[in-house]
Design a protein around this ligand. Structure first.
Ligand code: PEP
Length: 249
């Protein structure tokens, strides 16, 4: 049985005080236990969030990481640095990073491998553009991204990866994918992993949908057999809305 995982991606939102206020509000009431709750926050808020959430139900993640452990990479943050804070997840290859910061499939692969080696759980994002969808290229784009991100990983490593299927046209637009279309791609992701490794491994990997997920539509995705949760931007920014997402599981 795969445990559902609802990850919030705060992007470049919230100061330390705002992040602490969110968590305080979120933890005021008991949270459901049959779901894994993860908040992926800006680097500067991570330490405060890890301390505040210690021993509680919410895990903390970063939104990016460098693949080298240390060195002359001004402005970058490494896996051991995140680990030393107690961070447990990291988003890798979000489409905004691919688009605005020229992250390639090879960089996504290196970051995924380094995260696994360092004990972090990578949430690897894949997704097609509107043009690619309209050209009928969705399946080939997704297969290539999955293949390249996970290339050369062992079965034990692949099992630990979370894949987020995020069609670029659905992110932050209010134009969510239908649950059926999202299921089709998430099933393809699982089939791709089964073909590259085996069925048992593919069965373990958690696959999320992301793209304009809200409290009032999340259930339709979770009802799909190959969708194990959601990666959520806008609707994860208030404690009330994030709680509503968790409660829908
Ligand atoms: C995201 O940032 O990964 C995302 C899916 O954003 P939103 O939920 O706002 O579409």
């Amino acid at each position: 049985m795969r445990k559902p995982i609802i990850a919030g991606n705060w992007k470049m939102h919230k100061t330390v005080a705002e992040a602490e206020g969110f968590l305080q509000q979120l933890m005021e009431e008991a949270l459901p236990h049959d779901v894994e709750a993860v908040i992926c926050a800006p680097f500067v808020t991570l330490q405060a969030l890890v301390i505040q959430s210690a021993g509680r139900f919410v895990s903390i993640g970063a939104q990016n990481v460098h693949w080298e452990a240390e060195g002359a990479f001004t402005g970058e943050i490494s896996v051991p640095m995140l680990q030393s804070l107690g961070v447990s997840y990291v988003i890798i290859g979000h489409s905004e990073r691919r688009q605005y910061f020229q992250e390639s499939d090879e960089m996504v692969r290196l970051k995924t491998k380094a995260s696994l080696d360092g004990g972090l759980t990578p949430i690897v994002c894949v997704g097609e553009s509107l043009e690619e969808r309209e050209n009928g290229e969705t399946a080939s784009v997704i297969q290539k991204q999955v293949q390249q991100a996970l290339f050369d990983l062992s079965t034990h490593e692949v099992e630990r990866v979370v894949i987020a299927y995020e069609p670029i046209w659905a992110i932050g637009t209010g134009q969510a994918s239908t649950a059926e279309d999202a299921q089709e791609v998430c099933q393809l992701i699982r089939q791709t992993i089964a073909a590259l490794w085996n069925l048992e491994v593919a069965d373990q990997v958690r696959v999320q949908y992301g793209g304009s997920v809200k409290p009032d539509n999340i259930r339709t995705y979770l009802d799909q057999p190959d969708i194990d949760g959601a990666l959520v931007g806008g609707a994860s920014l208030t404690a009330a809305s994030y709680r509503a997402l968790l409660s829908a599981v």
